[in-house]
Design a protein around this ligand. Sequence first.
Ligand code: UDX
Length: 438
Amino acid sequence: MRICVIGTGYVGLVTGTCFADFGVNVTCVDKDAEKIEMLKRGEIPIFEPGLAELVSKNIREERLSFTTDLETAIKESLVVFIAVGTPPKDDGGADLSYVKDVARSIAENLNGYKVIVTKSTVPVGTGRLIEEIVGSVQDEHSFDVASNPEFLREGSAIEDFMKPNRVVLGARSERAIEILKDLYSPLYLIETPVLITNVETAELVKYASNAFLATKISFINEVASICERVGADVHMVSKGMGLDNRIGPKFLHPGPGYGGSCFPKDTLAITKIAKNNDFTFKIVEAAVEVNERQTQIMLEKIKRALGGDLKGVKISTLGLTFKPNTDDIRESPAIRIVEGLVKEGAVVSVFDPAGMEHSRELLAGSVSYCEDSYEGADGASALIILTEWNQFRKLDLERIKGLLKEPRIIDLRNVYEGDALRAEGFQYVSVGRERLSG
Ligand code: UDX
């Protein structure tokens, strides 16, 4: 089978490459000629462990190719995946202009039956919209529109594609479902559950899943604030909750809030979808609000630990990305906190193993950039952990203590054990594990 994937962003590139690895012939298309040239050389514009190797292997084995020639790619393919961006508009809704442009191009190049599949996260109703666009441009060839949402986490996207918890296929016609099932047949060996639904349901599964996970994080972050007020330990509360099969242990880790390219965008989008349909999605609206407040709560925590006034106080921060193993700083709580510290007048230094380049423009001149985890600690009044990169989990504490002006670690990702650090003479502050003082 030959398929094409339109859009070589995060989702498109991972999807196209993994299908090629399944043995499918895949053409990845993008209008950005420079990017396509890079990809042809096997150079990957994004940070994703294992992806470069997989791209090179499948180019070599001639199952994966890259082109700007959208027309030919569509004409040669039975299945056309739409994986272009759906950036948020000012009102929180998703901007569908790229999706609509692609739908028109597909219609103009239809030369026989095809399945048109949305892989980008699109508002409920987009499948129908694509159907209308393609149907209005041409009526010569038959086609089906399907929804096949992705559930890829940055940093483990390949594993998530190859060993998914589930595959969701939404389509009206049996023919389209059979073709898509065939495409995913390598996953039958590992008995991946495949959920067959209508298009609208598949579109909503994606938003509902992300909104639920975001709510789970906001929930535990609020529980952490209660823990600090009553003398409870949030880790034990999470553990106690997570042992209940109905709750599950994951996504109950407190911290500075969720970030990234999906949760912030998708939570806003689902509340917008509800609003457009005369309904208020109260829980998710609250989860968004809680996530925004979390930055403020973290800044207050830092101020309290440092005696209230941050003016002129030297602070070393570790971590800029929204989570480890990515270079993505979009909507990163670490960035929001660094900006907040700067605003309070602190003298801030930053270090991140992968997120420094992307943050330079954003933080322009307001912070100093360090070469490693230790440089910023020299003469600083606190070391703050903002992202839980592995290399921050086992710092040379003796060295840190020798460098810091005052031995103080503020661990907003709860990677250290408080008692151990206190025994080494540090003032240690984390999230939801020490009683709020002052
Ligand atoms: C997410 C979804 O997991 C994925 O299924 C979807 O398709 C895209 O969005 P991703 O954005 O890569 O993936 O990040 P994820 O690993 O889910 O983490 C999201 C954010 O939540 C991070 O900022 C992380 O630090 C935070 N988080 C996660 C917590 O604060 N606590 C937790 O317990 C879990």
